[in-house]
Design a protein around this ligand. Structure first.
Ligand SMILES: Nc1ncnc2c1ncn2[C@@H]1O[C@H](COP(=O)(O)OP(=O)(O)OP(=O)(O)O)[C@@H](O)[C@H]1O
Ligand SMILES: [Mg+2]
Length: 228
């Protein structure tokens, strides 16, 4: 099993109010799967992704990636796992404003011990997301949807086994969304495992072979149909 979540729980307390963002979630994802988790705003999707990716430590429960528990390894091993095994597409594009599009895509190569990408690969991925002509533009010179696509390209640079994508087509029109989902499908066919969280029912409906789950108030369940 590539990803194994067991009884994950994460609570936040702010202003004396306790929110159970992720409530006893168990999830197993096989290599090569394309998992879509649907859920309304505030249902715990971002929190769950950040638990899976080892960015947030659960209050209880565990996450195993390739059989290794995220928080039962050295800090160095955990950050190496985050950098080389996982490609993150964050909900908000989070580009470095002082770096060009190409430099942003290349940035993950400067961390980690065993970068798998290179300059040529970065150029290729920029073409895949339809931005081959924007390599030297700065984020402030790009539209919201273009910035989003740069962030998507960045997630693929290290040829990660797993892509964790948070509302990846958030700022995209339907046609660009379709193009990006096609890129996802191609990577998925080539073996990359996807966990995509979104409130976009359309995304789940159009992604063939996707396994659809649903999150409600921190609780994850299987969902048989994807009718709106
Ligand atoms: N750092 C935090 N401190 C306090 N509460 C938080 C924190 N982060 C998230 N929460 C709460 O946890 C719950 C789940 O939040 P989360 O961001 O995981 O939801 P989401 O499904 O990603 O929502 P959206 O679709 O709006 O992005 C929400 O009620 C949110 O207010
Ligand atoms: Mg979110």
């Amino acid at each position: 099993m590539l990803i194994e979540c067991r009884n994950l729980k994460k609570e936040y307390i702010s202003a004396n109010i306790r929110t159970t963002a992720v409530d006893n979630v168990s999830l197993s994802v096989d290599r090569g799967e394309f998992v879509v988790i649907l859920g309304h705003s505030g249902s715990g999707k971002t929190t769950l992704l950040s638990l899976i990716g080892g960015l947030t430590r659960p209050d209880s429960g565990e996450v195993l990636i390739n059989g290794v528990e995220n928080w039962r390894q050295s800090d160095e091993a955990l950050s190496d796992m985050r950098n080389s095994t996982i490609g993150f597409i964050f909900q908000f594009a989070s580009l470095i404003p002082t770096l060009t599009a190409l430099e942003n895509v290349l940035l993950p190569l400067t961390f980690g011990r065993t970068p798998r990408g290179n300059h040529q690969r970065a150029v290729e991925i920029l073409h895949l997301v339809g931005l081959g002509d924007k390599a030297n533009s700065f984020p402030s010179q790009l539209s919201g949807g273009q910035q989003r696509r740069i962030a998507i390209a960045r997630a693929f640079i290290n040829q990660p086994d797993i892509i964790l994508a948070d509302e990846p087509t958030g700022d995209l029109d339907e046609e660009t969304e379709r193009d990006i989902l096609k890129v996802f499908s191609e990577f998925n066919r080539a073996g990359t495992t996807f966990v995509v969280v979104t409130h976009n029912v359309h995304l789940a409906q159009t992604q063939k072979n996707a396994r659809i789950l649903e999150m409600r108030q921190g609780v994850l369940s299987e969902r048989a149909t994807v009718d709106a």
